[in-house]
Write a protein that binds this ligand. Structure first.
Ligand code: AP5
Length: 194
């Protein structure tokens, strides 16, 4: 059973790597960003609640995000392990994840931190803006998302560092090179692919 977290600034490649790592480790990739986006697209009550927040590049409130993750982790497929992409992002969310896992006397195996320079990730997201038109990929909102990450998410790294769980990976280079770095780094912690 493998429980992984994927953390990194917008554009670091969390979603891209999460899809590959889910296959590699035989666990579901759970992306809070994807859950919120699909609710926005489908016009659900949750989507209506979070649309403006996402467009502005702000974080969805912790209580709402925590509730969604708690429900998702309660589903059968996540009982055998999971990879959380983009959660937790705040100290409150770290506490909630601890609470959820403590019910099964469980913990996280590793926190993969994708590291990339701001100019590179901004360039990636501006390219995606042209290709996919994601609503929060304007340069102004991208830069704001970076600031929100620095203010609200960077502090959680120290928490997981104290637990010796953080695996730092250079997120620059080709997608398969980054995957290989992650898999190698996790193997050094005896976390093996299936
Ligand atoms: P979320 O969807 O998680 O967005 P994000 O963190 O801003 O990250 P991105 O999806 O932009 O980037 P990524 O790191 O996943 O990189 P990707 O693989 O896509 O969250 C969106 C919003 O939802 C938040 O702003 C917030 O409002 C809300 N939200 C989500 N979770 C929340 C939480 N826990 N609490 C509160 N609110 C929350 O790659 C980016 C681009 O780069 C792609 O085009 C990709 O093809 C390309 N790329 C990837 N890897 C490489 C590579 N190695 N080389 C070149 N290009 C690459």
């Amino acid at each position: 059973m493998t429980r992984l977290l994927l953390v990194g600034p917008p554009g670091a490649g969390k979603g891209t790597q999460a899809a590959i790592l889910a296959e590699t480790y035989g666990i579901p990739a759970i992306s809070t960003g994807d859950i919120f986006r699909s609710n926005v697209v489908n016009g659900t009550p949750l989507g209506l609640q979070v649309k403006a927040i996402m467009e502005a590049g702000e974080y969805v409130p912790d209580d709402l995000t925590n509730e969604i993750v708690a429900a998702r982790l309660g589903e059968t497929d996540a009982r055998a392990g999971f990879l959380l992409d983009g959660y937790p992002r705040t100290l409150d969310q770290v506490n909630e994840l601890d609470r959820i896992l403590s019910i099964d006397h469980a913990g996280v195996d590793a926190v993969v931190l994708l590291e990339a320079e701001t100019d590179e990730v901004v360039a990636r997201l501006l390219k995606r803006a042209i290709e996919q038109g994601r609503i929060d990929d304007t340069e102004e909102v991208i830069r704001h998302r970076m600031d929100v990450y620095a203010e609200q998410t960077s502090p959680i790294i120290a928490v997981y560092d104290k637990r010796d769980l953080v695996v730092r990976v250079n997120a620059l280079g080709a997608v398969d090179e980054v995957t290989a770095r992650i898999v190698d780094a996790l193997a050094q912690r005896n976390i093996s692919a299936v």
